[in-house]
Design a protein around this ligand. Structure first.
Ligand code: G3P
Ligand code: MG
Length: 253
């Protein structure tokens, strides 16, 4: 059974607010969401921050690489003005800030570990794992699988190596393997990760694949579903949960 919320706001507040910022989280909350997906990357000084792109240009001004700047340098930048003037001056936020915000506001998290490249995969998984496991130490100790699962976040990553690193340093935080297209060896991968779920693009999912994943006993989570009719369709195939950019069209359920 899927113990997590059915719908999560993608990157905090979907497309309605600057992604991966606290402003995005607040926007998600204003739309009734208490479940979010967001991306975690490392700075040059190995601080875990919320960031999707490894290079500036889309959500940060300039052309530099995120992994070549320290947290202090990145926090000088405007992480919200790209979205709209009302968010100008919004700052890059850290994983620690978001963990605290989420606990204070009863928000469940799908923490996507997003290395800036293969060279950062293991270290990003380790740091995300260390920070999260330290924060949730009491919940990990009290966790009874199948009973209070929602007290813990769920890691996911396209990087198998990052997830294996997170498993090593934070075995008590559950994992979902994230793929664009379900590979032939999906079950072996999930077993190696001791994962609870498979996360996949809804675009490449078929009813047969959905059934196979569910039949094997895993949770099935899709990204990024923005059409309410499509959401109903894949839920009918057995999909357990999904994230959406359109928190104005799709309710938190
Ligand atoms: O975690 C699901 C989804 O966020 C994966 O794609 O590129 O939006 O991080 P992306
Ligand atoms: Mg993501």
């Amino acid at each position: 059974m899927w113990p997590y919320p059915k719908v999560a706001a993608h990157r905090g507040g979907g497309t309605l607010a600057p992604e991966n910022t606290l402003a995005g989280f607040r926007c998600g909350m204003e739309h009734g969401f208490r479940a979010v997906e967001f991306d975690v990357m490392l700075t040059a000084d190995e601080q875990a921050i919320l960031m999707h792109d490894p290079v500036f240009g889309r959500t940060l001004p300039g052309e530099d690489k995120v992994a070549e700047h320290t947290l202090a340098q990145l926090q000088q930048l405007d992480a919200g003005g790209w979205h709209s003037p009302q968010y100008a001056g919004e700052r890059v936020c850290t994983l620690q800030q978001v963990l605290e915000f989420s606990r204070a506001n009863g928000i469940w998290m799908n923490i996507e570990i997003k290395p800036a490249g293969d060279a950062w995969a293991v270290r990003t998984g380790e740091v995300a794992g260390e920070v999260t496991a330290r924060f949730f130490a009491a919940e990990i100790a009290a966790h009874v699988p199948g009973q209070n699962d929602r007290t813990l976040p769920l890691f996911s990553s396209f990087s198998f190596d990052a997830l294996m690193a997170a498993k090593r340093v934070a075995p008590g935080i559950p994992r979902g393997f994230l793929v664009d297209r379900i590979p032939a060896d999906w079950e072996a991968r999930l077993q190696a990760l001791d994962a609870v779920a498979l996360h996949t693009s809804h675009k490449n999912l078929t009813p047969e694949l959905a059934q196979a994943v569910k039949h094997a006993g895993y949770g099935l989570f899709c990204y990024t579903v923005n059409d309410p009719a499509r959401a109903e369709e894949i839920l009918g195939w057995g999909v357990d949960g999904f994230c959406t950019d359109r928190i104005d069209l799709i309710g938190p359920a």
